[in-house]
Design a protein around this ligand. Sequence first.
Ligand SMILES: Cc1ncc(C[n+]2csc(CCOP(=O)(O)OP(=O)(O)O)c2C)c(N)n1
Length: 590
Amino acid sequence: MAEPKAPNDVPNAGAHGGDRVAAALQAHGVRFLFTLCGGHISPILVGAKARGIRVVDVRDEATAVFAADATARLAGAPGVAAVTAGPGVTNALTALENARLAQSPVVLLGGAAPTALQGRGALQDIDQGPIVAPCVKLVKRVRRVRDLAPAVEEAFAVARDGVPGPAFVECPVDLLYDEASIRAWYAEASGKGTSIPERLLRFYLQRHVAKLFSAGGEARPPRARDVAAPAASESSLAAAVARLARAERPLVVIGSQALTLAPDPARLAAAVSRLGAPVYLSGMARGLLGRDHPLLMRHQRRQALREADCVVLAGAPCDFRLDYGRHVRRSSTLIAANRSARDASLNRRPDVAAIGDAGDFLERLAARSGGVAPHRDAWLATLCARDGAREAEIDKQTQVRGEHVNPIALLRAVDRAASDDAVFVADGGDFVATASYIVRPRGPRGWLDPGVFGTLGVGAGFALGAALSRPGAEVWILFGDGACGWSLTEFDTFVRHGVPVIAVVGNDACWTQIAREQVKMLHDDVGTTLGRTAYHEVAAGFGAEGIVVKTDAEVPQALERARASARAGKPALVNVWLDRTDFREGSISM
Ligand SMILES: Cc1ncc(C[n+]2csc(CCOP(=O)(O)OP(=O)(O)O)c2C)c(N)n1
């Protein structure tokens, strides 16, 4: 990948607003700009390319934002997407809201109609601010060329600040081209008529353009603002240290927030090890402790939470994933560390609320705590034994033979096959929920899932962002067959951009997670059935390696073929015909 260019090497530096936006991105160390083109944003794309930022064009604006989101989660710094005015912006909304709920810092640059034509029936002109506002922390509507770079700076700072999340910068097209072109364009639009209204219009537009470009040359070079991570108070830390020291059955649950902006995940992992308490990892935190850490528990979390006498929730709110807090015993001490005061107290008031960065809190807690306490050995042994027993049960389930492929055996095979640097992207229902118990993330930031919004369709965008952020690493997408439908077109993107992801589609010809409960409770599968569709042929049509697997025996070879293809730079899709499993029987998410 080309290194970002020094400003002096940039042709037309500062000549148009698009370059000012690009210069601001460059000042923030941005390496990738995800986009789907449109006339409203062309100068941004051209400016970014001229400055050595890799412009990655995709086939749906949501993918662009998902990819930016993934780069943010993997790099711990805002990811950036640019979309065109109107439908470009509205297409991005689901991904934007997904990033907001996942607390992922994303900067979205949106095109807009020319300032003088807004509200007058211009192409793709809608009032974007109120539509985007609920999904972002900041809407910045730029009205002068000189404000473009400061708006981008503010967006980056706001995206990182406090509870991270997306920020939106609206860049009207007449701010993005060079002054001479815009003056000529407005002059032509105002005509040559001599009537009083025509002369007035000309006068008005000349003044309007003068405002757009006012004091245009005086802007200082863009620079990234410092944003300090919020730190929990000393008193909350001291209270947590004291409570944890007294605990006999402590438990730590670490959620995504502890990792999103973590400056040094390895240091965080070492701190968590020093705490000496059993740990469950969820969301983006999965992989923090590697595959086989002695404190890492993977199964029977609900039971462990009910038995623990002190629970530390680090960046993990009491939402549906913790049964709204009911999983934690009333009598146990609850310590909640969270950047969001609201999330720290969601559904359940903690005994200690440590409002600040959850990862930073864990590091400070470990530094102040006494470390491994022998009186907890029995507690740890109980949880380990239970974990081991569940693993043995899962092993047994891999032996079940049916007509096609056993999903549990397939996921075990994926776990065995994937490299040590693999990043897993999860996009689907039952198949990927099952995978989350079987496939072991290799290290910190080695697992990407949509988060609390539960959005199907994240797969291709997340994988694109992951593959570009971690060149050389294996990137696996675990797809439900329903979910893969959103992403298939992006195999074109993978092929064009040389992004060799490995997709495994769990093809059970059904939207199973929905069908499971719908059929049981309403006795009708309407809307939930799919076919054994040839997704591998679709991928092959885009130039990827397409592989179909219909029996257990074919699995190992197919996975190796997919890996070899990826190593040779060609993306692969393995379409696996699954048998049914009752692994997730009874689980329902609401
Ligand atoms: C954008 C979006 N639309 C619909 C849903 C509802 N939904 C949740 S799980 C699921 C089924 C997923 O099916 P599939 O991807 O085939 O995985 P499976 O459950 O069959 O393993 C659906 C439709 C959703 N979460 N997101």
